[in-house]
Design a protein around this ligand. Structure first.
Ligand code: 0O2
Length: 227
């Protein structure tokens, strides 16, 4: 099988290229999700391979630009079945494999933690230039923070993974944020997702204030670091 690069994305010359949603005949994806089934296991394997592929590309970047210390660390996860189903229910999607594949973008999630904000944007452009990564969408919650105070840069991408001699494009979400943003987001996530915990108005206001303070502190740290 000869692989050629076209428009920055890997394409195969023979007609073996597909997306996960085109794998219907193999996965019966129009069925309702059964998290205990082989189909679900197979599907998760696609996402695991997508994570591996993205991590490989990030490793390459890290090695190539080693001296610039662009990345502090990288984390990844496959979304838990419970969290997938909750998200689908919350968004009023019927619980089919088709909807999971087409409409839930963060089943495969990779988080890149950078020292500072400028590093986030360097990583973003390096990923955009990467021939193995096809960027579908970018949400810049750093330039436009969420109401909650959340800041991070999200890239929805698809990457080619090889299964049984087929190249299939699988979606993944790459979240890029700084150490300070990650500190805030992890704590806020814990508070928000604690069972039976309802975030009070006071907590919400405090969290927004803390996000702004952290942003200012980070800007001061950047000045110290680069001066
Ligand atoms: P978890 O537990 O982290 O997996 P979309 O269909 O892509 O438009 P989606 O996926 O809701 O809709 O997009 P969004 O809001 O851009 O990104 C969702 C993910 O970003 C969340 O996944 C979180 O990981 C993170 N995120 C977004 N907003 C917040 C926030 O206010 N606080 C924190 N801590 N994280 C946030 P999940 O599935 O919600 O959760």
């Amino acid at each position: 099988m000869q692989i050629i690069k076209r428009k920055g994305v890997i394409k195969t010359e023979i007609n073996q290229l597909g997306r996960l949603e085109d794998q219907n005949h193999k996965l019966n994806i129009s069925n309702k999700i059964n998290v205990k089934s082989d189909v679900f296991g197979k599907l998760m394997n696609f996402y695991a391979l997508a994570i591996k592929k993205v991590e490989e590309e990030i490793n390459n970047i890290n090695q190539e630009y080693h001296e610039y210390h662009l990345i502090d660390h990288v984390k990844s996860r496959i979304k838990s079945p419970k969290s997938m189903l909750q998200k689908m229910e919350h968004k009023n999607y019927e619980l089919t494999y088709q909807n999971l594949i087409e409409r839930i973008n963060d089943v495969a999630g990779i988080r890149i933690i950078c020292p500072f904000k400028n590093n986030v944007y360097v990583i973003k452009s390096l990923l955009e230039q990467n021939s193995q990564i096809h960027v579908l969408n970018i949400k810049d919650y750093i330039a436009h923070p969420k109401k909650s105070g959340y800041t991070s840069l999200h890239m929805i991408v698809e990457v080619p993974v090889t299964i049984e001699n087929n190249i299939v494009f699988v979606k993944a979400e790459i979240q890029i944020r700084t150490i300070a943003m990650d500190f805030w987001a992890e704590l806020e996530h814990d508070i928000r997702y604690k069972p039976q915990n309802k975030v009070t108005k006071y907590q919400s206001k405090e969290l927004i204030k803390c996000a702004k303070m952290l942003n200012k502190i980070e800007d001061r740290m950047v000045k110290i670091y680069y001066n």
